[in-house]
Design a binder for this molecule. Structure first.
Ligand code: 3PG
Ligand code: CO
Length: 553
């Protein structure tokens, strides 16, 4: 039968304190002026790279190695931390939605049957991120769903868009809205009353995460549900073009589309159906709560319409939220975190709010809460809110490192796990100078953690979840910076396809441990078995193979 008990590693001891450091958005790329990691002073990460060659390597962090549909899919924190924590590669949300749409199974499921009940008399509202970024959602999936729903009886459809500019180039929102408008006009020709009803930039409207700022969700609620916003337009293309004069895609203020008489065209009312289009959880959980929970005190909803609501996916397996969804999420069971607590490895995990769920929720297979609260402690350091992180690029790196240091020196935990957000969060702003400062701050935080490991005779594992700060410019097929029509370089705010570093070391690392040479394609999912070995345990047989071997010397 099944047992949580892992075998002892034949050569490696138990009981060493291990620091697991994840630099968010820290990939490896050619050195040039758009590589902020190269430009920044990063002596600690440099010393790992230039130290023992058998204790530093690259691992894959994008595409199929992390369960994404294609090799053109850049990595992201959800799939990266899922892979790191679960030790196996699961087909992820993007892929699962593709399959369900392709086979048509999405329309046979419980979620779609549920919302379909509203089609005869109510409006179908689709709320989500409008881009082809593939991190939270994809335009082609929205297009297929619009077609599928209208063919199955949806007669009145309202789309509430969130503009991107974070997983795709800033300024690309206009093109996406034009494509959507074109699709909707074709639906109208077929007699479906289909329109964009509201919008706003993802970072300012709706897509907050980990309860950093409920005001973001409220701004969305007012526009989407109540039909109220400071900006009113007749057309969404016009709205986005006009509002871009004062903000970039990520931060467009909320707007509603109004009819000739100035009335909002698509508030959500009793009897309607709502689908949140994003497959990724972190930035949809808050809205899902507002749409689903009868008891809710995070902001004044003013009206709480009686609707049929379904998520594209289930966003939180532990909370069972939302209760209805169109596609089942990957079943990520038996994660390394759960095994470790069953095998006596006490765990401390910490980050600041904007990445806290990454080293807990995503790490543990999209599961909130502890496996065993006697063995685990998760500490969240409040992030600065209401600012863009280029303003304070050091973020809470120092505070996170101090917490990790204290946890290591307390000797209470055998694994101390952190996420250092700087290179990702500041990289997403597209501010190159600030990103350089961010990378330096993350490097200093790594140093503080490695120093603590040195003091307790422990082991460190340093890696990243995907690339971002190592390349800040959009490149053509030849890899040269791509210029826009005004001859300006195009800043890359998104993640990349680059591999990430993986370094091991520390005084507690048994002599003879080194990276194997026979797993050249190793990816983030191989890290879990590696870490289990370093805790003196053999990984379950279905985990992706370990990256280390122990040679006699
Ligand atoms: C975001 O949600 O901020 C970006 O779309 C992806 O960033 P992350 O995957 O690093 O969280
Ligand atoms: Co990111």
């Amino acid at each position: 039968g099944f047992s949580w008990k892992l075998e002892d590693h034949p050569k490696l001891p138990k009981g060493k304190i291990l620091a697991m450091v994840v630099l968010d958005g820290w990939g490896e790329a050619n050195p040039n002026k758009y590589n902020c990691i190269h430009v920044a002073e990063t002596p600690t990460m440099d010393s790992l790279k230039n130290g023992a060659p058998d204790k530093w390597r690259l691992v894959r962090a994008h595409g199929k190695a992390v369960g994404l549909p294609t090799e053109d899919d850049m990595g992201n924190s959800e799939v990266g931390h899922n892979a790191l924590g679960a030790g196996r590669i699961f087909a992820q949300g993007a892929k699962l939605v593709d399959l369900a749409l392709e086979s048509g199974k999405i329309y046979d499921g419980e979620g779609f049957s549920y919302i379909k009940e509203s089609f005869a008399t109510g409006t179908l509202h689709l709320i989500g991120l409008l881009s082809d970024g593939g991190v939270h959602s994809r335009l082609d999936q929205l297009q297929l769903l619009l077609k599928g729903a209208s063919e199955r009886g949806a007669k009145r459809i309202r789309v509430h868009i969130l503009t991107d500019g974070r997983d795709v180039l800033d300024g690309s929102s206009v093109g996406f809205v034009e494509i959507l408008e074109n699709d909707l006009s074709k639906l109208r020709e077929k007699g479906v009353d289909a329109q964009i009803a509201s919008g706003g930039g993802r970072m300012y409207v709706t897509m907050d995460r980990y309860e950093n700022d409920w005001g973001v969700v409220k701004r969305g609620w007012d526009a989407q549900v109540l039909g109220e916003a400071p900006h009113k337009f007749k057309s969404a293309v016009e709205a986005v073009k006009k509002l871009r004069e004062g903000a970039n895609d990520q931060y467009l203020p909320p707007f509603v589309i109004v009819d000739e008489s100035g009335k909002a065209v698509g508030p959500v009312v009793d009897g309607d159906a709502v689908v949140t289009l994003n497959f990724r959880a972190d930035r949809m959980v808050m809205l899902a709560k507002a749409l689903e929970y009868e008891d809710f005190d995070k902001f004044d909803r003013v009206r709480f319409p009686k609707i049929r609501y379904a998520g594209m996916l289930e966003y939180d397996g532990e909370l069972k939220l939302p209760s209805k969804y169109l596609v089942s999420p990957p079943e990520i069971e038996r994660t390394s975190g759960e095994y470790l607590v069953h095998n006596g490895v006490s765990t401390f995990a910490c980050s600041e709010t904007v990445k806290f769920g990454h080293v807990t929720f995503f790490w543990n297979g999209n599961r909130s809460g502890y496996f065993n609260s006697d063995m685990e402690e998760y500490v969240e350091i409040p992030s600065d809110s209401g600012i863009t992180f280029n303003v304070k690029p050091k973020m809470k790196a120092l505070e996170i490192a101090e917490k990790a240091r204290d946890a290591i020196l307390s000797r209470k935990y055998l694994q101390v796990r952190v996420n250092l957000p700087n290179s990702d969060m500041v990289g997403h702003t597209g501010d190159i100078d600030a990103t350089v400062v961010a990378c330096k701050a993350a490097d200093e935080a790594v140093k503080m953690i490695l120093d603590a490991i040195e003091q307790v005779g422990g082991i460190y594992v340093v890696t990243a979840d995907h690339g971002n700060a190592e390349d800040m410019v959009k490149r053509n097929k030849k890899g040269e910076p791509q210029l826009d029509k005004n001859g300006q370089i195009q800043i890359l705010t998104s993640h990349t396809l680059e591999p990430v570093p993986l370094a091991i070391g520390g005084p507690g690392l048994a002599s003879g441990v080194r990276f194997r040479k026979d797993v050249p394609d190793g990816g983030l999912a191989n890290v879990a078995a590696t870490v289990m070995n370093l805790h003196g345990l053999v990984a379950p047989t279905d985990y992706e193979t370990t990256l280390i071997e122990v040679v006699d010397n």
